[in-house]
Write a protein that binds this ligand. Structure first.
Ligand code: HEM
Length: 412
């Protein structure tokens, strides 16, 4: 009997926008799959994905190149980068034991107490954004809520002034474009300038925190001290701030828009949460499982090895697909169904697992719970503004998020 094939064309726009059917074939037939004619091994299944995450020395995250993409080979960009600080492997692109030092130090800025203390603040921020459009009975949800909320949260946490908040999104988009988009040299140069602009801006913020400490994440990063670990130096602090910006903004924004669309598509589930707001934290977990905004992350085999029965050569690249593992029927019954009361017997992997587990997961959960609570409190009968226009997902291998989401509702 011939082995059933998985149909994946990494350059096909339809696959990049709607990959779930291909992921399902992958999970069922080849949980670890070497894509023919492409230098990529895709990991679809929950078990092999978890195994790879738990072996960071074999499946390495170390790849500084990926932070600035192809731009580091572009002489025009190199000249710009020389005016800033060097990229250092701190968190996302690092391995133990070096990664362990950074994680210990940066964790000091993400304590439970800090996140719990932000609850009222997050609700007030969400409320203020809703005030801006609630009387209209309609809004461009991404531009008016899903993008500004995470930008404001990060700006506030990183000490970026209110007048510069718009830059948070511009900088974070620049980093994300450099990681994942094929661009002309001129486009790369534009992004490289933004990278260095961000570094100089943050350097001033860091200096200011040293002389005028505040109660915020940046002050905690500057002052982070653990045991006998060397404190973070300037280039390391800048890289950590950059990693936080990249990791926090797009992910949370995609969760808000994708999550709201799922509520619109499932009015009976939405009604259940409205009737029982205590279900909101579980609903957020279910949305993280189904929307999983960080679809996948890269790893490189540091040695010849094997995963899920597939022989892997040193240097081969693997794409660990959190999005796919979160719909593995072995762990999640009826995996494509949105169930706000799902009993999570296995944890989803939207925040990854192992040494690279998301540092901001408590903060993200708090922000999402507060945001959805205020949305449901203040808006009723939420629908698509034009139900004949189905919102589209962006074409991306790494992130999963909607391009637009225009909604209508009645103010409560
Ligand atoms: C819904 C929102 C979020 C999702 C789905 C998400 C997802 C993830 C995932 C999957 C990883 C691990 C990548 C890997 O294994 O290679 C990660 C790492 C990370 N995240 Fe998040 N994240 C979110 C929000 C945030 C926020 C709000 C922050 C900071 C305020 C943050 C900061 C980080 C950092 C610094 C890392 C690197 C950790 C390490 O490599 O040790 N994330 N995130």
């Amino acid at each position: 009997m011939s082995t059933p094939q998985v149909t994946i064309d990494l350059s096909s726009e339809s696959f990049l926008r709607e990959p779930h059917e291909s992921y399902k074939q992958g999970r069922e037939h080849h949980p670890v799959y070497r894509v023919p004619d492409q230098d990529v091994i895709m990991v679809f299944g929950y078990d092999p994905l978890l195994e790879a995450l738990m072996k960071p020395k074999v499946f390495s995250s170390k790849n500084t190149e990926s932070v600035l993409g192809a731009s580091i080979h572009n002489p025009a960009c190199q000249a710009i980068y020389e005016k800033g600080w060097p990229q250092v492997d701190t968190l996302l692109t690092n391995d133990p034991p070096s990664h362990t030092r950074f994680k210990k130090l940066v964790n000091q800025a993400f304590t439970k107490e800090r996140v719990e203390g932000l609850k009222d603040h997050f609700e007030a921020m969400a409320d203020k954004l809703i005030d801006g459009f609630v009387e209209r009975g309609q809004c461009q949800f991404i531009d008016e809520f899903a993008n500004p909320l995470p930008s404001q949260v990060m700006a506030q946490q990183l000490g970026i002034q209110e007048k510069d908040i718009a830059k948070v999104k511009i900088w974070s988009d620049a980093f994300i474009d450099l990681i994942g988009t094929d661009m002309s040299s001129d486009e790369q140069v534009k992004r490289a300038r933004l990278v260095v602009e961000f570094q100089h801006y943050m350097k001033e913020c860091l200096d200011e925190r040293r002389t005028h400490p505040r109660i915020d994440l940046l002050t905690d990063l500057v002052n982070a001290r653990v045991d006998d670990e060397t404190p973070l130096n300037e280039a390391e602090l800048l890289n950590v701030a950059q990693a936080i910006l990249v990791a926090a903004n797009t992910t949370t924004s995609h969760m808000l828009s994708g999550g709201l669309l799922r509520l619109i598509d499932n009015p009976e589930q939405c009604a259940k949460v409205r009737a029982h707001p205590e279900l909101i934290p579980n609903m957020v977990e279910e949305l993280l499982r189904l929307q999983t905004p960080t679809q996948g992350m890269w790893r490189t085999a540091a040695e010849d090895t094997e995963l899920g029965g597939v022989a892997i050569k040193k240097g081969e690249m693997l794409l660990l697909l959190f999005t796919s593992a979160n719909r593995d029927a072995k762990y999640f019954a009826d995996p494509d169904t949105f169930d706000v009361e799902r009993n999570f017997s296995a944890a989803h992997v939207a925040f990854s697992r192992g040494v690279h587990t998301c540092i901001g997961m408590m903060l993200a959960r708090q922000e999402l719970v507060c945001a959805f609570r205020q949305i449901l409190k203040r808006m009723d009968n939420i629908t698509l503004l034009d139900p004949s226009q189905r919102p589209k997902y962006e074409a991306s291998l790494i992130f999963r998020g909607l391009e637009t989401l225009d909604i209508a509702f009645t103010a409560r």
